[in-house]
Design a protein around this ligand. Structure first.
Ligand SMILES: C[S@@+](CC[C@H](N)C(=O)[O-])C[C@H]1O[C@@H](n2cnc3c(N)ncnc32)[C@H](O)[C@@H]1O
Length: 394
């Protein structure tokens, strides 16, 4: 569901060409594709309910989420009516075989999220049974729906200092604010105003009447957006590729050399999280690769090895940019060849995704976008490396 501003029928003060263009755009916008919450009967009921109950005094507890089956008898029915009926595109809800189409790092995140969810489910069941001695029963699927409603719609909220509470993550749902969709370039400010007792959102850029107003959920890449919210956005500048799996395949080196290098990475705070962005190779990856291609490193106590390690550490402190010209070439050649390999993997995954009929359309679009955007990042990095080579040989 999207939140739109009401369209104005007043003539624009800008010129005829602008008005024509705006009319064309409005014709498109007000077409049947535009989700117009303002006109929805559920929206009107919800808005009236908000006024009657008096936001922000409305409290939504898990028990109230569990009132979904009570329909109109539920005290929060107008709000529940507005919530998504299902979360088909959120990976935690996907069939196991569809998870295989996700990149490895996302697969791992889905696994951890599932564990967290199941732990929460067990705690809530225990709480309902033992602490409250209540006969409220919540099924796995009902809890998953409620959990996802909260997870996709909550904000972080610092309680008053005087409130004695040991919860580390303080989250709240603000019915109304939670109907705003995300865009990475939306510039808004949002905070709870203790004086007005309202959560206030201010847009820092102007929006035209009839346009959908977006907020910014944070600097999230598509992996994070898909994991937590079930959607992806094209050309997301926060996208990246993680090369941890490729980096830790040390096939060519002997065991004790590897462990020495891994220890050094650990000690210096450069173990894992090796990212590639479309316009940048992360410093963590470059640093780790400079060590990986540092030779010889057999006898850690030898003077030669110590000298090399110091050289490597100097690239971390910024004293030097590179360890040596040869080392740097090896680093970039490795990235170049890994990118080429991964592009082949993206193509393979895209082919599989396109040829699998059982993928629901929402997930299909997300998966295609994930693999295509990954391919774009890899291609950009290859171009980046080619350009820097040209620069070096000039
Ligand atoms: C806080 S809610 C926003 C309101 C939501 N659209 C609704 O109908 O209730 C977050 C959810 O909105 C959807 N959403 C938000 N921004 C989106 C975007 N840019 N593209 C697609 N879906 C988006 C996702 O389903 C996400 O889980």
């Amino acid at each position: 569901m999207c939140c739109t501003l009401k369209s104005s029928t007043r003539k624009s003060r800008l010129g005829r060409t602008f008005r024509k263009r705006l009319n064309r755009q409005n014709r498109f916008d007000s077409g049947k594709n535009l989700p117009s919450v303002i006109k929805d009967i559920e929206w009107i009921i919800f808005r009236d309910w908000l006024k009657q109950t008096g936001f922000p005094k409305t409290k939504l507890t898990l028990a109230e989420f569990n009132e979904r089956h009570k329909n109109t008898k539920s005290s929060v029915y107008p709000y529940i009516q507005m919530l998504p009926k299902n979360f088909d595109t959120v990976p935690i809800c996907l069939d196991l075989e569809l998870l295989e189409f996700l990149p490895n790092n996302l697969k791992e995140d889905v696994k951890s999220q599932k564990l967290k969810f199941e732990k929460d489910f067990r705690s809530v069941c225990r709480f309902l049974k033992k602490q409250l001695n209540s006969d409220i029963n919540i099924t796995y699927n009902e809890f998953l729906w409620s959990w996802l409603c909260v997870n996709t719609r909550c904000i972080y909220f610092e309680p008053f200092k005087s409130i004695n509470c040991d919860v580390r993550e303080n989250i709240a749902i603000a019915p109304m604010l939670d109907f705003l969709n995300h865009n990475f370039d939306a510039k808004t400010k949002g905070e709870f105003n203790r004086v007005t007792q309202c959560y206030e959102i201010t847009t820092l850029t102007p929006w035209k009447k009839g346009q959908q107003v977006f907020i910014n959920y944070g600097p999230h890449d598509n992996f994070k957006l898909l994991l937590d919210y079930g959607f992806t956005i094209p050309n997301n500048p926060f996208n990246y590729i993680l090369l941890d799996d490729e980096f830790f395949k040390f096939n060519e080196e002997v065991e004790n050399v590897i462990s020495k290098k891994l220890n050094l990475l650990m000690k210096n705070g450069f173990y894992g999280d090796y990212a590639l962005h479309a316009s940048q190779i992360s410093f963590r990856l470059l640093t780790a690769l400079r060590l990986r291609f540092l030779r010889p490193i057999n006898d850690i106590s030898s003077q030669e090895t110590q000298h090399l390690i110091t050289k490597w550490q100097n690239t971390i402190s910024g004293k030097y940019e590179i360890v040596s010209y040869e080392n740097e070439i090896e680093v970039y050649e490795w990235i170049d060849s890994v990118c080429k390999e991964l592009i082949k993997k993206c193509d393979l995954m895209l082919e599989k995704v396109n040829n699998t009929n059982s993928i629901p359309s929402g997930s299909l679009e997300n998966l295609k976008l994930l693999w295509n955007e990954s391919k774009n990042i890899l291609t950009s990095v290859i171009i980046l490396i080619q350009d820097s080579k040209k620069y070096v040989t000039l």
